[in-house]
Design a protein around this ligand. Sequence first.
Ligand SMILES: Cc1cc2nc3c(=O)[nH]c(=O)nc-3n(C[C@H](O)[C@H](O)[C@H](O)COP(=O)(O)OP(=O)(O)OC[C@H]3O[C@@H](n4cnc5c(N)ncnc54)[C@H](O)[C@@H]3O)c2cc1C
Length: 444
Amino acid sequence: MFDLVIAGAGPAGAIAATLLHRGGFQVALVSPHIPHAAPSLKEHARIEGMSERVFKILSELDLPTEGVFPARQRSIYWGGLESRVNREHLVDRTVFDQALQEKARSTGVSLVSGLVRTITKDQNELLLDDGSILKAGLVVEARGRRAPSRTNSLRSHPTLAICGFTAPSMKETAQAASISALPSGWLWQASEPGLGTWSQLVVDATSLPPGQEGLESVWRETLAAASSAAPTGPPEFPKDPVVRSCELRLTTPELDPQLLTIGDAAIAIDPLSGHGLFWAISSALMCPVLARAVLDRETGLAKTFYRNRVQETFWRQARVGRDFYQLAHEEMKSVFWSNRASWPDTKPSHANIEKPAIKQQVIVRDGKLKKADTLLSALDPNGVAFIEGHELIPILKRLGKGPMPNPADFHAQILPDTDRATAEHVHAWIAHRKQAGGLPDTLL
Ligand SMILES: Cc1cc2nc3c(=O)[nH]c(=O)nc-3n(C[C@H](O)[C@H](O)[C@H](O)COP(=O)(O)OP(=O)(O)OC[C@H]3O[C@@H](n4cnc5c(N)ncnc54)[C@H](O)[C@@H]3O)c2cc1C
């Protein structure tokens, strides 16, 4: 019997499998697309954007980056806004996902080829399409948006992405990417020499005409206005279109100790944010510590930790997305924009922290969950517990109310047991927060 069996081997499931095995667990990863096995679930081409931050995290975690193309500038044509400050990588998801599965296998994870039919969570069992049953100490749900939906899950307005390789191409030789707001939708286009141009049109899904003809007419009508917005004029309808639903979903706001749910299966974010892959990795990163707590039946802290991470991520991303839709809504007044510019609510995207404060939160220390004091301020709205591996609040208490010592005295008096370079980093971080009003008066 395995300690854990993971249903679904997209980025969340495959990375969780590798990290769990590194953490000492026996893990099985179930996928219909095991490399070298006959696939039992049809997947289409998927090209997505990846931030430079995600690329860096993959390297730091010794995870593969096959299928990830070099970063390129992203042009934004968004209502009145035109900008070229962001950069993004392109990812060929077929190649990337297979490399992640191969990494899991070479790390020691057991790859099981099959389609999950049902999960009987109170028995910790998976039933596969060939009738076989897999049993484990704990089941992880990582089937992305294909995971069974829950009746009480929260969803934004029905939204569809119609995507595929298209002509005319953005300059064939250029590594380019652009995002353009249109009167009733938005278009992401990305081009890579040798790969072609990928176009992704996002539209409202409430009243789409049926069939491929319906999709084609929506494509043509929505893009009729694109000539001024997109740099290359409207792309033709893709030869092999891929249709994906992409509304936001909050499916598991609370931890279910019988079914650890991660990635898009837990929360699915608007593709506009480019944050989906980041969430897939960060939810995989929390798996080992949550699995240990659940298997040891210490679920109190695990529930708080999971709730904070899942809900903070969902609400922040939903509200940041809403604010971005509002920018374009100032220029475009259609229902597509007015619906999205007002969902999910009117609360600010970042908590308004007027005064820095100390708040106790559940954090990870030495691979275990524990309660610790964290510093909250407008500069650090999610709270900071550690700087360079040292607990921050005890350091601030040792510093007391006096003036900030110079770096050498700080090292000698406040952090004598660490090396000089680390002490200097901690000193610089605290000095910056002190100058910017990011430390509470009560401590200093
Ligand atoms: C149109 C669109 C565009 C996007 N663009 C971006 C972007 O540019 N940047 C970004 O960061 N994010 C983007 N995202 C989000 C990103 O795709 C997801 O956040 C990410 O794929 C989530 O990873 P996951 O592993 O949770 O789920 P998935 O990637 O969906 O993986 C789930 C896995 O489970 C498998 N599976 C499903 N059912 C079963 C079953 N019954 N049995 C066994 N296995 C099963 C699937 O085959 C798949 O391999 C986009 C999403 C959409 C819809």
